[in-house]
Design a protein around this ligand. Structure first.
Ligand SMILES: Cc1ncc(COP(=O)(O)O)c(C=O)c1O
Length: 367
């Protein structure tokens, strides 16, 4: 039997428990249709209340939610969408699916959020949206108001890809995702709460919310009818996912607290090591979803930690140079993160002794 000292610590693992099980079992006793209905509505209300948004519309994942946002804003083939070059590849792919053209822009070195000046420079008459990704729950260092002003001035709408930001706010107290015309979240397995797969859009705009509901339900004018005033698709949720989501949402405030505590403990544990720098977080606003850092000798540290039973994950490479896009160009910040960025174990169930063990192993490696 392995001792706790030897147990493998994965970089991330979702956590479900008795509460999710109880919700699922009680739903199974209801003889429901499984497809989205009352539990899904409850899950949507919980997200709307938590974020302060007027409307929440859940869909099957956090990529489709971005595609749906772009569709609702009328984007189509040839339209340009500004996206950060440091993000999960789902951000550009979500609009590529519509034949739109992702235009990659470098990110701020301290937050890894879109660089405002370079975003402005990338706007052309064909630009139809800016996808602002709040990397790991961080707001742009220049302030979200600067992006809102750019959007007003140019007439280019902001779509917020807040997939990594549930539990994080802007300096003015608004939840991230509320500054754009639409904010998008993901509930994939590694997120702060998960439904296995799942996504959500939030907005305060009644018409846009109604449009999104039609778009995700075959363009139906009303639920349960076969009258279609517009073309729509099937991006619906299921009650089984919603059962899990409802239980996870109840745990969210405690998870927000613990995620901040985990980050604080890493910060203390790694403070004396100049070879590793955590990306900074203002914990009064931001909930670090993953522990992200830049390290020296990453390619040696990763296998060393693995040999010591510690999982890590290298941060996203710059997207322009991935085979999927194969573009040239210079993006110094995204390239540096691609070469030196590392996610340390970040799961919610990480214990304090495990964090101490990870920090000690990193210190041993650099000693
Ligand atoms: C920034 C960002 N956007 C979009 C997505 C896609 O979400 P999903 O996996 O739910 O499709 C992710 C998922 O990790 C993400 O981190």
């Amino acid at each position: 039997m392995s001792t706790p000292e030897q147990e493998f610590i994965p970089q991330m693992r979702p956590l479900f428990g008795a509460e999710e099980k109880a919700e699922l079992l009680s739903y199974l006793d209801e003889d429901g249709f499984f497809t989205e209905f009352k539990k899904t509505e409850l899950f949507e209300r919980q997200i709307a209340e938590f974020t302060g948004a007027k409307h929440c519309i859940v869909v099957n994942n956090g990529t489709v939610s971005l595609t749906l946002a772009a569709l609702a804003l009328g984007l189509g083939p040839g339209d340009e969408v500004i996206v950060p070059n440091y993000t999960m590849i789902a951000t550009p792919n979500s609009v590529k699916m519509l034949g739109a053209v992702p235009v990659f822009v470098d990110v701020e070195p301290e937050t890894l959020v879109l660089d405002l000046k370079q975003t402005r420079a990338a706007i052309t008459p064909r630009t139809k949206a800016i996808m602002l990704v709040s990397a790991n729950g961080r707001a742009p260092a220049c302030g979200i108001a600067a992006f809102e002003a750019l959007s007003r001035e140019t007439g280019v709408p902001l779509i917020e890809d807040a997939a990594q930001s549930l539990g994080s706010c802007y300096a003015d107290g608004r939840h991230i995702g509320r500054a754009g015309v639409l904010g998008s979240f993901s509930f994939s397995a590694p997120k702060i709460i998960s439904t296995g797969q799942g996504g959500a859009l939030i907005t305060d705009d009644d018409d846009l919310a109604a449009k999104l509901r039609r778009l995700k339900d075959f363009g139906r004018a009303a639920g349960g009818t076969d009258v279609h005033d517009s073309v729509g698709y099937n991006f619906k949720f299921t009650e089984l996912q919603a059962c899990v989501g409802v239980a996870q949402m109840r745990k969210l405030p405690e998870r927000v607290r613990r995620k901040k505590e985990i980050w604080r403990r890493y910060q203390e544990g790694l403070a004396g090591l100049p070879q590793i720098q955590l990306f900074a977080h203002d914990l009064s606003l931001c909930t670090p979803w993953f522990i992200d850092c830049k390290v020296e000798r990453r390619d040696e540290l990763v296998p060393y930690l693995k040999s010591r039973g510690i999982g890590t994950r290298t941060m996203y490479p710059p997207i322009h140079s991935q085979k999927a896009y194969g573009l040239s160009g210079s993006y110094p910040v995204a390239e540096e993160v691609g070469a030196r960025g590392l996610w340390l174990p970040s799961m919610i169930q990480l214990s304090d002794p495990q964090i101490a063990r990870i920090c000690a192993e990193i210190a041993r490696f650099f000693a």
